[in-house]
Design a protein around this ligand. Structure first.
Ligand SMILES: [Zn+2]
Length: 218
């Protein structure tokens, strides 16, 4: 039996307005966690991308928007084993928020009906390391400035506050996810209201580039 034979009826089809609207925010998180577990276990469903491409050509009903880093090792669709049309994927170095990405999230949730905003940092992040090392270069300087509050906020990490200490780099990346979520609520009263009304959840996670696992924050 192939993995394709294991697909449930639901999984054979791309998300429709009906199937997406039936998902609660916690169901969407479960969908992402299940997909990452398949990725970690190397039991990927071999989706039929061309079929999905045809089925989504007229409309899309994504269940979430993921804000992740541009890092080549952090492709959300792959590490959550998702289909075409399942998520919006916003990527910027260091997964920081600005008005344009907030606007993209507002579109994803208010207009297109997504239920989850997932801010996903990752271990060994070059942008986080660049912020710690105070790198200055072109437009990158102002981007890294957005990560720097997380450096100051991290306390009580053994082994030194440098990029040589992977535990410190990870702690800063995790704090950057937390502060990015707070910034999303500050920048976007629209999204905060949707969250307060339980129409969406805004959640954080860390991806471990060594294990392939996504750990959702409490
Ligand atoms: Zn990164």
């Amino acid at each position: 039996m192939t993995l394709s034979d294991n697909k449930s009826e639901h999984e054979k089809h791309v998300l429709t307005k009906k199937s997406r609207d039936e998902l609660r925010p916690q169901d969407v998180i479960q969908m992402l966690q299940d997909g990452n577990q398949r990725f970690v276990d190397n039991k990927l469903i071999d989706w039929d991308y061309r079929h999905e491409q045809e089925d989504t050509s007229g409309a899309q009903y994504p269940a979430a928007i993921v804000l992740g880093c541009i890092d080549s090792r952090v492709p959300a669709e792959i590490l959550f084993n998702l289909r075409i049309g399942d998520i919006f994927n916003a990527r910027v170095a260091g997964n920081i928020i600005d008005e344009d990405i907030a606007g993209s999230m507002e579109y994803a949730c208010k207009v297109a009906g997504s239920k989850i905003i997932l801010v996903m940092g990752h271990t060994n992040c070059g942008a986080v390391k660049g912020a710690i090392d105070q790198v200055e270069m072109g437009n990158l300087s102002q981007l890294l400035e957005k990560i720097k509050p997380s450096i100051d906020t991290v306390r009580d990490v053994d082994g030194g506050r440098t990029t040589k200490n992977s535990a410190f780099v990870k702690a800063v990346a995790k704090m950057n996810v937390t502060l990015t979520i707070e910034n999303i609520r500050d920048i976007s009263p629209l999204l905060k209201e949707m969250e307060d009304n339980n129409e969406i959840n805004i959640v954080g996670a860390m991806y471990d580039v060594e294990t392939g696992m996504v750990e959702f924050h409490d």
